[in-house]
Ligand binder design. Structure first.
Ligand code: 5AD
Length: 346
């Protein structure tokens, strides 16, 4: 698909045309990754963060939030809960927390691998390549690191400080080189983001040959610098709206451009539009859900954005599996890695 065509889809507003886009994405999803919806148990195990991202509720400057780190024992309990519920993989996510040594993570990864059949996805932000390699050697299968926007100026505006590490695009290429299944993605509707910019993001997702693509609408967090468009922000001549509909267009296009990627229907989609948003994602290209396994008292302190919805799966009229059936889908079995990639011998 050419750049101009991507831009045209992003700007499309006619309902008949949009239903054609949904159908194309849903059909391709069905053909390339099937009707299984892979369930990844999400554990938000630390909300400490050294960064000052202008949009994020966990940014360092927010002194009023209670910071926590879950213990190894607590995290292992979540891993076993994931197995009990029949999930194929575990996503270990945290802020950028230098207080957690790379060796500690490596040893946690080894323990999960030795006690469970789960695939492990790490989402711990920017770290030195030697840390990533250590985790890979310990058995981690996948790494998620959203590039958020491919527009360098906008990126630097919302990520004010440098880390001294290579940029995220270089980190993603390195992660892939190490043999991680690699995931990335963006926020849709960041103040200052226009349609051209999102079209380039989608082209970059294709170029990076991402195994996983995560995206959702930007949800303003009142106590961050990006809550309102700051005065020094450039006018995006055609500001992309931060809506569920817009995010669905980007999701459907991501499916068209990366047909065999694993794409979740994300929490941010559900935050704006509730269960309807989550179902819409699954009908418009997504094939993954990430039920939250973080214990409730910690989850409350992991407010990346306000009213963060979470997907629970605690039974109730058959739980998630039953809900998926109402959409004509089935809960996935096994680790649910990228189709066509050879499984690693373990
Ligand atoms: N609105 C929407 N998504 C957000 N994220 C962080 N802050 C927000 C926000 N205010 C997303 C980023 C990050 C992921 C963990 O959550 O894309 O990579």
């Amino acid at each position: 698909m050419k750049h101009a065509e991507i831009v045209a889809w992003l700007k499309e507003a006619r309902p008949e045309a949009l239903s054609e886009l949904w159908q194309l994405a849903d059909q391709l999803r069905h053909e390339r990754v099937g009707d299984e919806v892979h369930l990844r148990g999400l554990v938000e195990f630390s909300n400490h963060c050294r960064r000052g991202c202008a949009y994020c509720g966990l940014r360092l400057a927010r002194k009023e939030i209670e910071r926590y780190r879950m213990s190894r024992r607590e995290i292992m309990a979540c891993a076993h809960e994931a197995v009990r519920r029949g999930y194929g993989s575990l996503v270990l996510q945290s802020g950028e927390d230098p207080g957690i040594p790379a060796e500690w993570i490596a040893s946690l990864v080894s323990q999960v691998k030795s006690e469970t059949p789960l695939a492990i996805t790490l989402s711990l932000g920017e770290r030195p390549l030697t840390d990533y390699q250590l985790w890979r050697d310990a058995g981690a299968d996948r790494y998620l690191l959203r590039f958020e926007t491919s527009d360098k100026k906008l990126y630097h505006r919302i990520h004010p400080e440098l880390t001294g590490l290579p940029d995220r695009i270089s980190l993603l290429r390195a992660l892939k080189q190490m043999g991680f299944e690699t995931g990335s993605g963006i926020m849709v509707g960041i103040p200052g983001q226009d349609y051209e910019s999102i079209a380039r993001d989608l082209e970059l997702m294709r170029e990076l040959d991402l195994d996983m693509i995560g995206l959702g609408p930007f949800v303003p967090h009142g106590d961050t610098p990006l809550a309102r468009r700051p005065e020094n922000f450039p006018p995006a001549t055609r500001q992309v709206p931060a809506t569920g509909l817009m995010a669905c267009k980007v999701l459907a296009l991501a499916r068209l451009l990366r047909p065999d990627a694993n794409i979740p229907s994300t929490t941010a989609l559900a935050t704006l539009d509730g269960e309807r948003g989550r179902a819409a994602g699954l009908r418009r290209g997504a094939n993954v859900l990430m039920p939250n396994l973080t214990p409730e008292h910690y989850r409350k302190a992991y407010q990346i954005y306000p009213e963060k919805a979470f997907l629970s799966d605690e039974g109730g009229s058959g739980g998630l599996a039953a809900w998926l059936e109402t959409l004509g889908r089935v809960a996935g079995k096994g680790p649910g890695g990228r189709c066509g990639l050879a499984r690693r011998a373990s």
